[in-house]
Design a protein around this ligand. Sequence first.
Ligand SMILES: Nc1ncnc2c1ncn2[C@@H]1O[C@H](COP(=O)(O)OP(=O)(O)OP(=O)(O)O)[C@@H](O)[C@H]1O
Ligand SMILES: [Mg+2]
Length: 360
Amino acid sequence: MIDIRISNCNKNYGSLRVLKDINLEIERGEFIVLLGPSGCGKSTLLHIVAGLDRLSSGAIEIGGRDVTDVEPKDRDIAMVFQSYALYPTMSVRSNMEFGLRMRGKPMAEIRPLVEDKARMLHIDHLLDRRPSQLSGGQRQRVAIGRALVRDPKVFLFDEPLSNLDAKLRASMRTEIKKLHQSLGTTAIYVTHDQLEAMTLATRMVVMKAGEIQQVGKPEEVYHRPVNLFVADFLGNPGMNFMKGRLRLEGGRVSADVGAATIPLDGYAFDTSPTDGQAVMVGLRPESVQPSTGGEPFALTLKPTLIEHTGSDNLVVLAMGSEEIVGKFPSDMLPKLGEPVAVGFDLSRLSVFDAQTERRI
Ligand SMILES: Nc1ncnc2c1ncn2[C@@H]1O[C@H](COP(=O)(O)OP(=O)(O)OP(=O)(O)O)[C@@H](O)[C@H]1O
Ligand SMILES: [Mg+2]
C-alpha cells in the first residue's frame, strides 16, 4: 500500500532548479532515508512533502489523498527539525501538549498521552523544565516526543541528530530505530550521516543536484551502486577506483588496470562489455585484506601509509602509479615498505564505464 507518492516534482527558485522531476513511491511503514551532499535538495523535498514549500510543478499524495494544495496542518504529518524548534518560554510538558491542544483534543486525553511518550523517551522527569534547562540530547528527545504524541500518518525528520555529539547520536539512532520498529509509522529522514542512513533505512534515496541517483535497500546501494557518484559518496574510507581497460579474449573478460590484470569471469555485467572499453574498477577497502592464501586473486603490494582506527588498520598500498586502501584487522600490522600478500574479494567488484560513469 502506497503511503506517499511524489510525482514529477519540480522546484525552482528563479532559474535555479533545486528539484528535477522527482518520482518516488513510499509504502506504508517504510523508513526512507534521503542522503546526498549539501545543497542537493534533501530539505527542499522534505518541506514539499510537509507542505512548507510550494511545488513549481508535480503532485504529492499522502495516504491516497492528493495533498498538493493542502495546508501543512491538514496533511497528517509531524516534522522534527535539526534546530528542535521548541517554544522557549513553555515547559517540556506544554511543548509536547501544544499541538494536540491546538487541535482541540481534551486535556484529559492529552495528559496520559504526553506522559506515556515522555516515559518512552526517558524525559518524564524533565516535564516541568524549560528547553533552556535541558541538554541538546534532551531537547531533541522533546522535539521527537512532540511529534510522537501527534500520532501522525507520516514522520518527517530533517537531520534531527546533527547537533549531538557522536556518542549521543549513536544512542539516539538506536532509539529512533526501536521507535520505528514498535510504531511502524512511515518516515522520511534526511541525513548527511552515512551510518545513520545505512542503519535506519528500509530504503535509501541518494540524491545529487536535485536528482535522484539511486533508490534501494542500504546493502544494495552500498554493494551495487548504479554510478560512480553513488559508489564514491558511500563508504568511509571511500571505494578504491582503479582506472583501466577491458580485455575480451577467448570468451573471457578481464580489466587491465596497469599494475595488474583483474579477472572478471564472475562479474555480473549489466551491459555487455566491449574490448578496450575504458573503465573504473571499484573495490571497497574491506574487500582488500591480508591474503590467507586461499583467495582466487591476490597481489603482493607495498604499504606506504598505515592508519590505526582502533578497530582496524587502514593500509595504503602502492599499486603501480596509483594507491589503494585496504582494511586490515587491528592485529595485522604490516611494515611500511615491506611487500605483503593482499587478497581481493572479487565478488564485491563494481565496474563503471569511464565515460558515462554508469555501472556496467
Ligand atoms: N528559499 C530559497 N531561495 C533560493 N534558493 C534556495 C532556497 N532554499 C534553498 N535554496 C537552494 O536550494 C538548494 C537545495 O537546498 P536544500 O536546503 O534542499 O539542500 P540540502 O540537501 O538540504 O542541503 P544541506 O545538506 O546543506 O541541508 C541549495 O542550492 C539552496 O541554496
Ligand atoms: Mg538540509
